[in-house]
Design a protein around this ligand. Sequence first.
Ligand SMILES: Cc1cc2nc3c(=O)[nH]c(=O)nc-3n(C[C@H](O)[C@H](O)[C@H](O)COP(=O)(O)O)c2cc1C
Length: 375
Amino acid sequence: MQDFYIFAKNFHINKAIIRRDGYIYQSLIAFFMTGTGNSYTVARWCAQVAETTGIGSQLVQIKAGEKRGAVPSRSLAVFTYPTHGFTAPWLIMKYIWCLPNGRNLHAIVLPTRAGIRIKGAFFPGLEGTAGYLIAFLLWLRGYHVQGVMGVDMPSNWTALHWGLSKQNAAVIIEMAQSKVKGMLQTVLAGNKHYDGMVQLLVGIALAKVSLMYLIMAQFILAKLFFASDKCNGCSLCQSICPKKALKMVGRQGRPYWTFSCDSCMACMNYCPQKAIEVSPFIITLFYYIATVPVFAYAMSYAAGGDALQWGISLGLGFGIQYGYTLAAIALAYGLLHVALGSRIIRAIAAKLSHTHYFRRYQASNVSLKDIHLHK
Ligand SMILES: Cc1cc2nc3c(=O)[nH]c(=O)nc-3n(C[C@H](O)[C@H](O)[C@H](O)COP(=O)(O)O)c2cc1C
């Protein structure tokens, strides 16, 4: 049996909220997983609403290896985290799965997603199954989910696009804040709030893409990062990584991304030297390596065989292709890392990277001490 501790035993409770159905809240625990501070911001808004109504609140960060705790009775648990690949990241799924039984406690689920604003036009993100998958896991763990809502926050995927300007980010954040606070007040008053049914249907249609993201793409994405010649080996990227997925290697202490990386973007966006890049040449190289059809060779053994032989070959084929792709990419990345030991090669690779010309993104009014460097 795992040894759970109870979160926030020492709340200074001034008041309790009695919902119209008689259910009582005395505190709010906001669990958040974050890369660049968006989901932390949402958690903080929830805590502010709790404080203004007089009930206690606590923020709990979800990171690799973090202690899990039981939510105290008469608490509302909030779960907020980024959407990755139109679904929820592994870390939050694993965390919820390992929580102690919710004993019918209430919970709400607030995945954040990529809001984009260009020249006054706003484009919402696509959370797909990110919200309802976690709601389902919470229900399996004994929670009563009172609300699910995707929250558009400024997109942080700066490996793909330039970071939003401060003005565009501020407009998106203002819209999100009133949405989150409104939703929370609805739930505290005793109503349920389920949003995003269309998102869920699209998410189900894209389930294959999400699955491919979780079992393959995120491992490939992890291996696209490298440190340019601007890196001074300060190792901040390593210390702030919520998955402990970075190693500093070599004499100069250059960061090396392992497969545990979730591409949360903390390292890239908080690097004080703006030294972390992603190169289209590495993407192209990995594309060619990953698509060597080892699977087809395995399948050719099944030709002319019976259904069982086909089934076995198909399973084996997928297994072989999967193992091959990961092993080949790990090896190619290792070799690339050795080549990037040369400062000149690092400088050229950086100049040829699209991200070299991109603005980075960090949630406003969030410090590293708030999210990644606190004890
Ligand atoms: C690797 C990666 C994948 C993402 N996938 C999606 C997605 O499928 N849909 C979406 O709306 N946003 C997506 N985003 C955007 C983030 O979910 C969004 O910016 C989030 O608010 C970041 O929160 P954080 O700062 O708390 O980490 C993705 C971001 C990254 C880095």
